[in-house]
Design a protein around this ligand. Structure first.
Ligand SMILES: C[S@@+](CC[C@H](N)C(=O)[O-])C[C@H]1O[C@@H](n2cnc3c(N)ncnc32)[C@H](O)[C@@H]1O
Length: 268
């Protein structure tokens, strides 16, 4: 399928684009991603994509919610791929919109491979991942010259044995000074027990950032030994990113005093 002249003029060629929507703040959407949303014929989007970013989709586009959130119904992965293939055979510009970055715990590479195998051209448009941006909006840098020269991104949600051996938390505990855990809220008791067994100091700082970069961003800051009790008291829920390491202490100095930064706030 070839793009129509209007789409071609905007630089949207006939293919499937795997676009990263970033973590929520519409100001963090890339210009390339925004242009594609404006000229797409079809947009299949994930559950964590914020309403402000969905509002960037042009009126001509068919919008298809594709899931996925824990405990919520979503299209099975095979159906999403089949749908993408069917849409790409019918329309020139198809956008698969994913939260954060499509290649960071987003199954983007799997979808891309299936599409390429079906003979469909695909391009990836990276997005800003929540594991960096949500923390930054909470005043927590993932590295710092004095506190951390290494960072590990890990999933806390593992369908053990399904795809690969279980996560080696012992090795992860020692691997780097900053540990960033995606999808870890429900599994946090298990993760913390594994880290404790690996000898991680119970006084190590930890922060959880929920709905990072959005107006309703919330943070919970404590230590490995206290965080579960704090979560219970505050009824803290997913979706959230967890960060463990000395960089968390910077939250006190770097967090914006008025809460999350809004890139779309009016300039006074
Ligand atoms: C399936 S993963 C997708 C990650 C995404 N591809 C990325 O690069 O950010 C979903 C998990 O990312 C994290 N996440 C995504 N957006 C977030 C946000 N705005 N604030 C906090 N955590 C977020 C949560 O841990 C959530 O459970």
């Amino acid at each position: 399928m070839t793009a129509d002249p209007r789409q071609a003029q905007a630089g949207c060629l006939g293919k499937v684009y795997l676009v990263g929507a970033g973590p929520g703040d519409p100001g963090l959407m890339t210009l390339k991603g925004k242009t594609l949303l404006e000229c797409a014929d079809v947009v299949l989007y994930d559950a964590l994509v914020s309403p402000e970013i969905l509002a960037m989709i042009g009126n001509q586009a068919e919008k298809i919610p594709a899931g996925k959130r824990r405990g919520h119904h979503s299209l099975p992965q095979a159906e999403i791929t089949q749908l993408l293939i069917r849409k790409a055979q019918t329309y020139p510009v198809v956008v698969r919109l994913k939260g954060g970055d499509p290649f960071v715990f987003g199954r983007g590479a799997e979808e891309m491979e299936d599409l390429l195998q079906a003979g469909i051209p695909v391009e990836v448009v990276p997005g800003i991942t929540a594991g960096i941006a949500a923390l930054a909006y909470a005043g927590i840098p993932v590295t710092h010259r004095h506190y951390s020269s290494s960072v590990t991104f890990v999933t806390g949600h593992e369908p053990v044995g399904k795809y690969r051996p279980p996560i080696n938390w012992q090795a992860i505990a020692e691997a780097s000074e900053t540990l960033v855990i995606y999808m870890g809220v429900h599994n946090l008791p298990h993760i913390l027990a594994e880290l404790a067994a690996a000898g991680k100091d119970p006084n190590t700082p930890i922060a959880l950032v929920r709905w990072g970069t959005r107006p309703d961003q919330t943070e919970l800051v404590g230590h490995l030994s206290t965080i579960l009790a704090q979560m219970e008291v505050t009824q803290f829920e997913a979706p959230a990113i967890a960060v463990i390491g000395k960089v968390v202490d910077l939250h006190q100095r770097l967090a914006p005093p008025t809460g999350p930064i809004k890139s779309n706030r009016p300039i006074s």
